[in-house]
Design a protein around this ligand. Structure first.
Ligand code: ZN
Length: 120
């Protein structure tokens, strides 16, 4: 991401000092693998360098979090196997983080109502 350089005319490109134009970017991955559509940002007309204001970056972060929740937030019911409780991991989610049978994971409690499953 480019450095902020603001003056009366607007935002200047950190590379070539040309004025950047506010554009709608058709697709942009704020976080790898989670493409956002129609993102507002500044683009240099000369070198195509992109720049995002703090506000625009916050907006992208919010949208990315929403995307995670809706795209990967699945509801499941807890079942039982022997003495362990079992929660099925949706295939899409497993694929997204490259989780396969046999992959070692660590289970960490977070607050009093959830836990995190992380690849070791
Ligand atoms: Zn430029």
């Amino acid at each position: 991401m480019a450095k902020l350089k603001e003056n009366v005319e607007g935002i200047l490109c950190a590379k070539c000092d040309k004025e950047m134009r506010l554009v709608s970017i058709p697709q942009y991955e704020f976080e790898e693998g989670l493409p956002l559509h129609h993102v507002q940002g500044y683009k240099c007309q000369t070198c195509a360098q992109l720049f995002f204001t703090e506000e625009q970056a916050k907006e992208m972060e919010m949208r990315t979090d929403e995307l995670k929740e809706y795209a990967f937030g699945f509801q499941r019911k807890v079942t039982i196997s022997g003495r362990s409780l079992v929660v099925g991991i949706p295939a899409e989610l497993a694929e997204h983080i490259h989780l396969k049978p046999g992959t070692p994971v660590k289970i960490l409690p977070i607050s009093n109502d959830g836990f995190l499953v992380r690849k070791v």
